[in-house]
Design a binder for this molecule. Structure first.
Ligand SMILES: *Cc1c(COP(=O)(O)O)cnc(C)c1O
Length: 346
């Protein structure tokens, strides 16, 4: 790995961060809080929230088995993705590399930040070939984004290939594990000590059932987390989100039950898809969705919309010709898509 100083944008490396009032005074209690120009009435909403979300990180650290100093919390993992560009990539000069097909935000954030985005197609079966990917890397490549299980293909990428990239690339590797809670696969956050160039993303939006509260996580070395904290908006995770997340984190057994129900529904739904005349292929998945190759994806997508069943049309993504992506829903929702497709005529 290059040194962090070589990888970080020079203006970010030398940045003195904004010191917000709640940063200056780190204790929790005082007789009078006269520092932040807040309204003294209307507790507790009158006070700025903890800019470093320390209580929440303590709980997440226990659940995820990582040290609090290795955690960044953001307004969804999308904030962490954007921060990677803002911290590491000089606009108009540096580039980022990722796999295709994959999650759209990697490219959108690159475009917003005027950073060149290079995507390398996976193999026909959506597996990753590290040598292939590394061939797209140049001297100005700062970031590589990997998504496992991958969206929209659903499969986990092979550890051997991921580790080749972590070992042979001298920049930052982001492993997006938004769907890891559905996969029987050890998280890369346990390998932060082995790979100092690793950033692992997680979110409360999927298995934890909290897409609405916008809470994403990044796990990385302390020096990288310090950079995230330096660049983020001071109060990027609001009080309502911090409190709701603390409530939800007490409900790990509900989450486990939901995941198990989703996995069992997934098996039923995928089996049924295999018997549909309009479905040509169901791709194996490790996530709460699967990709299906249909006879005519656009027509079937539109037909489903007319039946008031919404899926995700992925047919113009690389390697996804005639594919739709189906999220596993409640048993009622899953029955609705099946009932509709059983009535579909070409
Ligand atoms: C859904 C998803 C996310 C989650 O983003 P949030 O901003 O945390 O809601 C991240 N990465 C991938 C690949 C996803 O599919």
């Amino acid at each position: 790995m290059k040194s962090l100083e070589q990888l970080v944008r020079p203006n970010i490396w030398s940045l003195s961060p904004y010191r917000c009032a709640r940063n200056e005074y780190e204790g929790k209690d005082a007789r009078a809080f006269l520092d932040a120009n807040e309204n003294p009435f209307n507790r507790p909403l009158n006070r700025y929230p903890d800019p470093l979300q320390r209580d929440l990180k303590e709980v997440i650290a226990q659940i995820k088995d990582v040290d609090p100093q290795n955690i960044f919390l953001g307004n969804g993992s999308d904030e962490a993705i954007d921060l990677c560009y803002r911290i590491f990539c000089i606009p108009g000069k540096d580039n980022a590399v990722s796999i295709a097909p994959s999650y759209g935000m990697y490219k959108v954030c690159a475009d917003i930040n005027n950073v060149e985005f290079r995507s390398v197609e996976l193999e026909e079966d959506f597996s990753l070939n590290a040598e292939n990917l590394l061939r797209a890397v140049s001297g100005t490549t700062k970031l590589i984004f990997l998504c496992t299980p991958n969206n929209p293909s659903g499969n986990c990428l092979a550890d051997e290939e991921i580790e080749k990239i972590l070992t042979n690339f001298d920049g930052i590797v982001i492993v997006d594990e938004a769907y890891n809670d559905f996969a029987f696969h050890e998280s890369y956050r346990h390998k932060l000590d082995v790979f100092p160039n690793l950033i692992v993303l997680n979110t409360m939006s999927k298995a934890w059932g909290c897409a609405a509260i916008r809470l994403g996580m990044a796990f990385a070395s302390k020096p990288i987390i310090d950079l995230f904290n330096k660049v983020k908006y001071p109060y990027n995770v609001n009080l309502l989100t911090q409190e709701k997340a603390l409530d939800m984190l007490k409900r790990a057994s509900d989450v486990e039950r939901w995941v198990n129900m989703i996995l069992s529904e997934r098996e039923t739904l995928m089996d049924a898809f295999n018997y549909l005349p309009c479905c040509e292929k169901v791709y194996p998945t490790d996530a709460n969705f699967f990709l299906a190759k249909m006879t005519d994806a656009t027509k079937i997508y539109d037909y489903l919309v007319n039946c008031s069943v919404i899926t995700r049309l992925r047919s113009n993504q690389p390697l996804c010709r005639n594919c739709i992506r189906i999220t596993i829903g409640t048993p009622e929702e899953n029955n609705a898509i099946l009932a509709a497709l059983r009535k579909y005529k070409d």
